[in-house]
Design a protein around this ligand. Structure first.
Ligand SMILES: Cc1cc2nc3c(=O)[nH]c(=O)nc-3n(C[C@H](O)[C@H](O)[C@H](O)COP(=O)(O)OP(=O)(O)OC[C@H]3O[C@@H](n4cnc5c(N)ncnc54)[C@H](O)[C@@H]3O)c2cc1C
Length: 420
């Protein structure tokens, strides 16, 4: 009987647990999934709450109910892992011994690490929509906002869903236009990046879309302080951006127990992971999924979904003593809500930037292009999340690897332009 322990029952932990349950019968492996609470939040829905487009109560479901009945859900906080002794210690003293450990404890927000951020003015003038509490408080502030300067600030990378701050800007633009207030509101995106996004082709598209909507882009701004009373973001190199309302995406770290577990993770609490097999570099019987990895890939639910199939295959191979499957290619897929019931879709991997064309094949959704179909896809993702992604089901025609069918490579695009 193999003992498999999964730390975290969020997106990656739940889908990995459900896939593993199908891969191993209950008499060949016990599967324990630990989380600190029983409230599974559909995080992509947080984007819509500040604009009154989603109700907080519709985004939360019981974690244990997302897990197959033969998975042992344990409610408890992980305190530390002893990778030499193969033991997980929970707060309260309970110990779990494992043959294979899966780290799926995601990324944790640390707003208190930025001076001034959680001081006076927090949740009054300085908000985040990255938590349910923050998104709900921001809804009230947005509804009451009659005019002034709104800044959307990414304090530091990496963050979950790196396109969400852009989506917030696009939705804020349409929110104020619909209310006939847009000429009284200035909107700025303030980022530590040197462009609107990390990948150059998509960054050009997205930067152009910000400019079209009159949203300022302030780049290479490393926030050192949020001065709520004075209404200023202050960077380490002493630049300032004034605001009346700040929407800040705080520093993200790995779960604190990771850095308290000798040899498991780095100083920020992320776990060094083989980028193709998803085996940790800490120990061969530790695998990692989702935001908890230190992989050079977006922290996104779609990533956890694409990783799931390979991770489960590799747990099986590891337990049989076989060579691991090294086929995770860094596939990321993100809808970007752009306002007025339209959205864009980007699809990329470690090697290939987001390209134009269609996903997952020539007859699919348009890539790098705003459309109503993509907006519908973004809304449908919530149903897909609860009913396909978390149960760990395969989607016909959508595999783990990034598809190239239907994509126009930049080279082909250039050739077409020359011919035209
Ligand atoms: C505003 C916002 C919008 C987003 N939009 C999108 C989107 O459109 N598309 C997309 O693909 N992704 C999106 N994401 C990102 C996506 O939600 C995450 O990348 C995904 O949930 C990561 O899954 P995970 O399992 O790694 O982490 P999580 O789902 O966060 O799960 C981690 C779990 O570990 C638990 N945990 C942590 N520490 C401990 C501990 N010490 N003891 C016990 N349990 C612990 C937590 O309670 C949590 O349940 C968005 C995220 C946000 C915040």
């Amino acid at each position: 009987m193999y003992r498999i322990v999964i730390l975290g029952a969020g997106t990656g932990g739940s889908l990995a647990a459900n896939r593993l349950r199908r891969a191993f019968s209950p008499d060949t492996a016990s599967i324990i999934c630990v989380d600190q609470d029983d409230q599974h939040l559909y995080q992509p829905g947080l984007l819509f709450v500040p604009f009154g487009l989603a109700r907080p109560e519709d985004l939360v479901r019981s974690r244990s109910r997302q897990l197959h009945r033969d998975i042992d859900f344990r409610s408890g906080a992980v305190e530390s892992v002893d990778i030499d002794e193969r033991i997980v210690r929970l707060r309260g003293g309970e110990e779990l011994v494992y043959d294979v450990l899966i780290v799926a404890s995601g990324a944790v927000l640390a707003p208190e690490e930025t001076p001034g951020m959680t001081g006076p003015g927090w949740m009054e003038k300085v908000f985040t929509f990255y938590t349910l509490e923050g998104a709900t408080a921001l809804e009230r502030a947005m509804a009451a906002f009659g005019g002034g300067r709104i800044v959307v600030n990414i304090v530091e990378m990496p963050i979950k869903c790196p396109v969400a701050p852009l989506e917030f800007c696009f939705l804020a633009d349409s929110f104020f236009r619909k209310r006939d207030l847009r000429d009284r509101v200035t909107l700025s995106l303030v980022t530590p990046l040197d462009a609107a996004f990390t990948k150059p082709i998509a960054a050009r598209h997205l930067g152009g879309m910000l400019a079209e909507r009159g949203i300022d882009l302030v780049t290479e701004f490393n926030t050192g302080e949020v001065d709520a009373a004075g209404g200023r973001l202050i960077s380490y190199d002493e630049r300032e951006v004034p605001f009346d309302l700040a929407v800040v995406i705080p520093v993200h770290n790995g779960a604190p127990y990771v850095s308290k577990s000798p040899g498991l993770g780095d100083a920020l609490g992320f776990v060094a992971t083989d980028q193709h097999t998803l085996q940790s570099l800490a120990s061969p019987n530790v695998f990692v999924i989702g935001d908890a990895t230190s992989l050079p890939v977006s922290k996104a639910g779609s990533v956890a979904h694409f990783e799931g199939e390979i991770l489960v295959e590799n747990v099986k191979r590891f337990l049989k003593g076989e060579a691991l499957d090294a086929s995770y290619d860094g596939h990321v897929n993100c809808f970007i809500e752009t306002g007025f019931s339209k959205a864009m879709l980007i699809d990329f991997n470690y090697e290939i930037e987001p390209e134009t064309g269609h996903y997952p094949s020539r007859a699919g959704l348009p890539l790098l292009k705003e459309s109503r179909l993509n907006h519908f896809g973004k809304l449908m993702f919530q149903w897909f999340y609860w009913h396909v992604l978390l149960p760990g089901r395969d989607v016909p025609g959508v595999g783990s690897s990034m598809p190239t069918r239907g994509k126009t490579s930049p080279g082909e695009e250039r050739r077409k332009k020359v011919t035209a």
